[in-house]
Write a protein that binds this ligand. Sequence first.
Ligand code: GRF
Length: 204
Amino acid sequence: MPSSLKLAVLASGNGSNFQAILDAIATHRLQAQVRILIVNNPAARALDRAKQAGVSTVVINHREFPDREAFDKALGSWLDQAGVDLVVLAGFMRVLGSALINRYKNRIVNIHPSLLPAFPGLHAIEKAHAAQVTETGVTVHIVDTGVDTGPILAQQALAIVPGETLESLGARVHAVEHELYPKVLQWFAENRVKIDGGKVTVRP
Ligand code: GRF
């Protein structure tokens, strides 16, 4: 992959991870450019962040499509048009179909707020907090056709302080996300990531 990695970021809500990526680019910690921000939710705060940063945006409202195939087709043509190296899911709350995932095989990444395979799916921070585990963390992984099952690129663990509130844990998990995601994306920019038969190797 080239040294200025071309990204599409897909988000549905707040977009704090998107913001962390923009900040890392602005401070030269990440050699990348966000070609497009795609949201499925017209009220996503991520849209304001993009406008602020001068990033092109598109809203593909899933409610306006008859089924997932039609939605994915629209999404795929925007991605093709943007000519991106990597598709970055940053709080994107739609499951992508296998046709799109296979077309962008090993080029879609996601961040998940737990140490996968623990607590996949929605509300991972709440689940870890309720389970009273002693540690949780953040995972960045390649997206495959399962839910939060793809090859793991990086994980960072975080000790849960006994008696810690959900709010405090959530804030600490998000802070880890904001460090880890740009760092992993920079590995792609430096062409250090190899994925072969579902096995990830990161060149030192
Ligand atoms: C993050 O916790 C991310 O791990 C998960 O969705 C959340 C998105 O938060 N996939 P934000 O929109 O980036 O603030």
